[in-house]
Design a protein around this ligand. Structure first.
Ligand SMILES: [Zn+2]
Length: 188
């Protein structure tokens, strides 16, 4: 698939999800057997860990189709960047989607501030730049979108592997927003 065909495939799968018409393909024993030889996921998705946001369902994908990296707030940290680098360098994935979502708890917590302990404080610090880039009082869901677009750009600027792949035209990176209520993914 070309990169634009991959994006179309994701959008069509999402339309099936929204319509409650998942095809559920490529999730059986035959597919598992094929995949023992290796993986060639057509896309990489960086999403939040939120239980309500499940990329494989939202895009109606089967086993081995998308390489999903999940962390609260879908932030670009060393581990998420490294995971994406692996898929770009070794799995041949050419489309990356950074997907924020409606009412993200991580973004809400980052906006609220305060001391949440070392680990959560560290995680939320990755969202601070998006908050700073928005005017005071900006709605949470708009900060979520800003965070997704800034993380999209960070993947390119903070990773030589991803950055070079984007510059050479091999890989493209998109930001997206998942609506909790409808299940629709808006590409930003
Ligand atoms: Zn979230």
């Amino acid at each position: 698939m070309t990169k634009s065909e991959v994006v179309t495939r994701l959008q069509e799968g999402n339309a099936r999800f929204v319509a409650d018409k998942l095809d559920g393909n490529l999730q059986d024993a035959g597919r598992r057997e094929v995949l023992t030889a290796g993986q060639q996921p057509f896309a990489i998705v960086l999403s939040c860990a939120d239980s309500r946001v499940v990329p494989e369902l939202a895009f109606d994908t089967g086993l081995g189709e998308i390489f999903t990296v999940r962390v609260a707030g879908n932030v670009a940290n060393s581990s998420t960047i490294a995971s994406i680098e692996y898929a770009v360098a070794h799995c041949g994935s050419e489309v990356i989607v950074v997907m924020g979502h409606q009412s993200c708890g991580a973004v809400t917590a980052a906006v609220a501030g305060g001391d949440n302990g070392y680990n959560i404080n560290h995680l939320l610090s990755h969202i601070t730049p998006a908050i700073s880039a928005c005017e005071a009082g900006t709605e949470i869901n708009d900060i979520v979108k800003k965070n997704a677009t800034m993380v999209r750009d960070e993947l390119v600027s903070r990773s030589a592997i991803i950055g070079d792949a984007v510059k050479s035209g091999k890989v493209e990176v998109h930001a997206a927003y998942y609506n909790l209520d409808s299940g629709k993914v808006d590409f930003l």
